[in-house]
Write a protein that binds this ligand. Structure first.
Ligand SMILES: [Zn+2]
Length: 135
């Protein structure tokens, strides 16, 4: 069996955008807290405390807790990765060379293995010895 990986471009673009926004959000949160976290005795608890106390002022009236930014960034990053995984699809192809066949009953054509003999026609369901179509 040979496999083809088909990537959905729209899914890739969407997941890339989500990952970028998510990473940016996480980076901003880290950037904001870094001066205090890097000099703290206990970086993790300091980071955690800062997340809930620091405000990111988008506008003078609307404050945005850093924790929300981290949560938002993480959610976006995870959705981006999920979309990336979902937009990859594997298609299985029959191994070996395929040749065009023609059904003697309905005259329709399809591609199948060269060594295939008695088959059910995929169109009229007749059991038949399909004729190979000459090129
Ligand atoms: Zn047929």
């Amino acid at each position: 069996m040979s496999r083809i990986l088909r990537r959905q471009k729209s899914g890739y673009v969407l997941s890339l955008i989500l990952c970028l926004i998510g990473l940016t959000a996480l980076f901003v949160a880290l950037w904001k807290t870094w001066p205090e976290v890097s000099s703290a005795d206990n970086p993790f608890s300091t980071f955690w405390t800062l997340l809930w106390s620091e405000q990111l002022d988008l506008t003078p009236s609307i404050g945005f807790k850093l924790a929300y930014l981290v949560i938002l960034g993480t959610v976006m990053l995870i959705s981006g990765i999920v979309i990336l995984v979902l937009s990859r699809q594997w298609f299985y192809l029959p191994a070996g060379e395929t040749v065009p066949f023609q059904c003697p009953f309905c005259k329709k054509q399809w591609r199948a293995h060269k060594n295939q003999e008695l088959v059910n026609c995929p169109y009229c369901r007749q059991q038949t010895y399909p004729r190979m179509v000459e090129k």
